[in-house]
Design a protein around this ligand. Structure first.
Ligand code: SF4
Ligand code: SF4
Length: 90
């Protein structure tokens, strides 16, 4: 068990850039955005810790980059319109 930074190995913990690590395959639940409810406030974009919410152009609906979304559910929790449902992966 790691208790402090002194317990960490003296080598990099990860040998790859985070861009190379497709964290989407960690996911058990996926966010699904209901465009009927979405008001395009982009609070989900602001709160996603993985930058997995994407907005291509101003006023577009947000989309989820499933290559990196870990399914943490923060976006769904923060959405003021309950426009994001977390659904179980098949
Ligand atoms: S937080 Fe909810 S309402 Fe706002 S952009 Fe995201 S999905 Fe849409
Ligand atoms: S479930 Fe988590 S990682 Fe995926 S888009 Fe929402 S906030 Fe980002």
């Amino acid at each position: 068990m790691l208790r402090s930074y002194e317990d960490l190995p003296s080598t990099p913990v990860s040998l790859q850039s985070t861009e190379d690590i497709m964290t989407g395959n960690w996911r058990t639940m996926r966010p699904v955005i209901d465009e009927e409810k979405c008001i395009r406030c982009y609070i989900c974009w602001k709160f996603c810790p993985d930058m997995s919410i994407e907005v291509e152009e101003a006023d577009d609906f947000p989309t989820v980059n499933l290559d990196y979304c870990k399914g943490c559910g923060i976006c769904a929790n923060e959405c003021p319109k309950d426009a994001i449902e977390m659904v179980r992966e098949e």
